[in-house]
Design a protein around this ligand. Sequence first.
Ligand SMILES: *Cc1c(COP(=O)(O)O)cnc(C)c1O
Length: 374
Amino acid sequence: MRKIQMVDLQSQYQKIKDTVDASIQEVLNTSAYINGPYVHEFQADLEKYLGVKHVIPCANGTDALQIAMMGLGLEPGDEVITADFTFAATVEVIGLLKLTPVLVDVEPDTFNIDIEALKKAITPKTKAIVPVHLFGQCANMEAVLEVAEAHNLFVIEDNAQAIGADYTFTDGTKKKAGTMGNVGTTSFFPSKNLGCYGDGGAIFTNDDELAHTLRGMVNHGMYKRYYHDVVGVNSRLDSIQAAVLKAKLPLLDSYCDARRKAAEYYSNAFANNPNIITPTISDFTTHVFHQYTLKITNGKRDELHQHLLDNGIPNAIYYPVPLHAQKAYQDDRYNEADFTVTNQLIDEVISLPMHTELDEEQLAFITKTINDFI
Ligand SMILES: *Cc1c(COP(=O)(O)O)cnc(C)c1O
């Protein structure tokens, strides 16, 4: 059996080596390392794929969130509501910009922002909501957008984990994850569903004026060389990363399918195990399985974690501490009673190997090892 990895980037690379190597070589041949043709080509390809008017490439997914918030003109003291159960980048940039993060609980089955908790957290100071499409499926965007409209709030979708997922509104309209709010952001970190070979990120919007602001902000606020109209940052996607991404984007849907197939194998294998809850997929979204995350309900999650490691099966706890309890983000404003779901999830969740290169022999071994133990 091939060695099982949490994410197998090497096997994936070997299958596209010729195309990717040729693209990277072309960048080297032209030496257009920053803002070269591949950056613009990838941007246009991604706009088409997502059905969104503007893609603004940038250096990583964390910058994308920060620049999106800067572009919307959020100011110190403005409250920004986001989920308590996510990667820290989401709340980090809120803090860096001296905005006030307001963390709320998530749904126990989808791990995405809880709409009732969101509504309860709104105050006159609330300016924006950041739904995170965690592990690869969309948050309840129809409800989020309704709440935002009723309270005149911006919606910033953190789509680092769900690029390629499709959302269907009750009227039948379909949209890609990340293109439903005022602005969406993503990450091309190597292990993300559309990953480059270094750091990368992008911001999406259908708003022409906002897109113009953001394009300046990623490049020192410059629209004309050495004329700085707004305070910006240095956050560009470099040409080598864009070349890799342009080569990989046409494969994204097949990558999502490969992940779904592995997820289906897992879920079928655990269907009759009374101590395991497999992922629930909301009917308004597809799931692109950035992570495949189980809940272990018999209190043996930590033992399973170790048992799998002992058997050569990598696995991870995403996330071991809810954001409201992280040292950096603790605040007297928070009340433990408001976080019953995240406080329980951290004891139950375990993420299994998930990538595009898992084969049946590996999946059979992983699922048997788990079912035998639990
Ligand atoms: C990965 C990730 C980010 C940050 O992306 P980077 O490119 O690593 O900066 C932000 N939010 C979520 C939910 C993520 O998973």
